[in-house]
Design a protein around this ligand. Sequence first.
Ligand code: G1P
Ligand code: ZN
Length: 543
Amino acid sequence: MKILTVDTCPFPDQKPGTSGLRKKVPVFQQPHYLENFVQSIFDSIQAPPGATLVLGGDGRYYNRHAIQIILKMAAANGFGKVLAGRGGILSTPAASCVIRKYQTFGGIILSASHNPGGPTEDFGIKFNSSNGGPATETVTEAIFARSKNISAYRILEADDVALDQAGTTMLGNMQVEVIDPVADYADLMESLFDFGAIRALLGSGFRIRFDAMHAVNGPYAWEILEQRLGAPAGSVLNAVPLEDFGGGHPDPNLTYAHDLVEIMYGADAPDFGAASDGDGDRNMILGKRFFVTPSDSLAVLAANATLAPGYRSGLAGIARSMPTSAAADRVARALNIPCYETPTGWKFFGNLMDAGKVTLCGEESFGTGSSHVREKDGLWAVLFWLNILAARKQPVESIVREHWAKFGRNFYSRYDYEALPSDAANGLMQHLRDSFTSLAGRQFGRYAIQTCDDFSYTDPVDGSISKNQGVRLLFSDGSRIIFRLSGTGTDGATLRVYLEAYEADASMHHLDAQQALQELIAIALQVSELELRTGRNKPTVIT
Ligand code: G1P
Ligand code: ZN
């Protein structure tokens, strides 16, 4: 087997976004495109010769092809061993778990998360470091810089590796160990939660439905929920992973997880429903005809954490992304532990967890997790909820309502305007920044803007600064409107408008969020000139 050095020219568009490089499949299929990016990773991460790498993905279209290329490039770049998920499969949290458990140098994860898959849909690739978390901005910037001046890549001339059976083969001087993608992760979950109590709950007539959305978590949910915890067969829906997710949009929210939503709002609704996304790191939690917002879910998990064996000794701290509601902050205050506000994207939580400053973290975008791995973790959140339900023996809805009665309710919603022309979206953001001075102090009905800014974050661990992380209008009563452009979209620009209003008065907690947020929504549309600038009179998705 021979190592080839292949001449190439840089592509100008290989800048990693919120979570790695995401492009349409045909972009990745251009000759040398994937190879350039992989070589840029290898040139930037300075792995010692003989290092071990973890490799797997969410099984979407192009996953298998990309895995073979990356294996051959790893062999040509001096890696000693690759741990690859069987069939090329590893959910994002499972990849993080395997990187940590076997103390590898890092891993490459192939996924475009919640974006659709298929020959003309999305694909993605990212590097995770030895802590199991997404590479820091310093590393992703180095990868981007390298991609702009790359002139050659190295690849082994070899046959494809058999990936469908566990076992070890050699690829040149490099060992490829094909591992069970589920076992290590399932063992970790069993070490954190009271599986005995959950098994008893599920055996007592408490009914659950988990919608795997034809994505990577199907085999994980089947093994953990139906095999280890004894949920009746059929509790896991859409359990077979498909390269195009069955044509669906594998994003667990009220719009896209419609199979589950119909069941949970139907006549004979089960007691608990949940879904996860393409790569298994997001989650949505539902009770019987009741939706738990991700921001509330983080707060409820934090307030009840000590009911789970893995968290019995309490939490070091909580972190949430800036647009996530401040519900968790109130729990942190009550527990007398710190709460950190970070920019959007999981990579900002890693330093805080490595330094032991936080145990739980979450984002409004259906992401919740803890320091058990360094990614958000969909099934983990589901198991945490089941553990709490088993311990408290109350319905989901009454747990959340009691939580609001105690801490107050943070009404919350996010409006997404997808596939906008980039100029219009950038113009709107600039217009807001230009309006900061005139907006501060202005009164809109019962709301007064106290300050406006563009969120900037100084990492308390390494001092690194991340600027321009979202425009914030902060109101005197604690309400907030935030405008941000997505860093994961692949089609034009996506504008996200985040709305939050705090209500202490329990007699108002029954209101529907859209109703409670009406005035703030009107203010957001007015000050941003959204309709005028984008031509849109309604959002693409409301969550
Ligand atoms: C979105 C979410 C963000 C999440 C990321 C990866 O990023 O908003 O919270 O971390 O996906 O799942 P965005 O498209 O907003 O940059
Ligand atoms: Zn995801």
